[in-house]
Design a protein around this ligand. Structure first.
Ligand SMILES: Cc1cc2nc3c(=O)[nH]c(=O)nc-3n(C[C@H](O)[C@H](O)[C@H](O)COP(=O)(O)O)c2cc1C
Length: 214
């Protein structure tokens, strides 16, 4: 039976989407069944994503950055899988909510109290695998600016049982100005074909590595 991959991502200006689509092509060329789900801004579907994440052998989660962080949509959707609850319940502990969702926040089910529902998670060779992908501008520090987002998305994925085996990041166009004084200089054409070929090779390598471990 062919293996199943999920690519889920948020992309406001389309840069991360280009990487997501190249990932999909690569998985399919390697014989995988690949579902792709864009987590849209201002959409209530993050409460009820149309897929069952534990049914996948491999997950790729991606986002652009705003103010150093991945987009809330993808984070909140993954948080929902992590807690098995409406992500707004977890957000309440940070005095945050998801303003565009009109339906009331449900009560915490008694058997799901997030203050006590903790357990040690140990991931191993049998755990399904995941990768994170980020597009970013990195004007000041370059790739370092993507690190907090990579860590955050990886942690959410590991919480739901997917062992993160790597990350891909590349610059993504921000403003329509060459900005030669910045870390990466002119990124108006990024991600370009070279970035996308690197994205493709990244997935090919990860599939070889994980097949070797199987
Ligand atoms: C309002 C705004 C804030 C941004 N903040 C950051 C940031 O803090 N760090 C960074 O490296 N890039 C930042 N960027 C650049 C985007 O992360 C980058 O263009 C990314 O490729 C966008 O992805 P998308 O097209 O998939 O939405 C910002 C872009 C916008 C429009």
């Amino acid at each position: 039976m062919c293996k199943k991959c999920l690519i889920t991502y948020s992309s406001i200006t389309g840069n991360t989407e280009k990487v997501a689509l190249r990932f999909k092509e690569t998985f399919e060329r390697k014989g995988w069944q690949c579902d792709i789900f864009k987590v849209r801004k201002n959409a209530e579907d993050i409460l009820r994503p149309p897929f069952d994440i534990p049914s996948y052998d491999f997950v790729c989660a991606g986002s652009g950055l705003r103010a150093h962080l991945p987009y809330n949509e993808i984070l909140n959707m993954l948080r929902g899988f992590r807690t098995g609850m409406d992500p707004r319940i977890a957000l309440r502990f940070r005095d945050e909510t998801i303003p565009y969702i009109a339906e009331p926040v449900p009560e915490i089910p008694p058997h799901k109290d997030p203050r006590i529902d903790h357990r040690k998670i140990i991931l191993g060779p049998d755990s399904p695998k995941a990768v994170v992908f980020i597009t970013y501008a990195g004007y000041e520090f370059g790739p370092r600016e993507a690190e907090p987002a990579i860590q955050l998305l990886s942690l959410e994925l590991e919480h739901i049982g997917f062992q993160c085996v790597g990350h891909f990041c590349c610059p993504g166009k921000y403003v329509n100005d060459p900005m030669p004084q910045t870390f990466h200089g002119d990124i108006r054409d990024r991600p370009n074909e070279r970035d996308l070929r690197t994205a493709q090779m990244f997935i090919e390598e990860k599939l070889e590595e994980t097949a070797d471990q199987a």
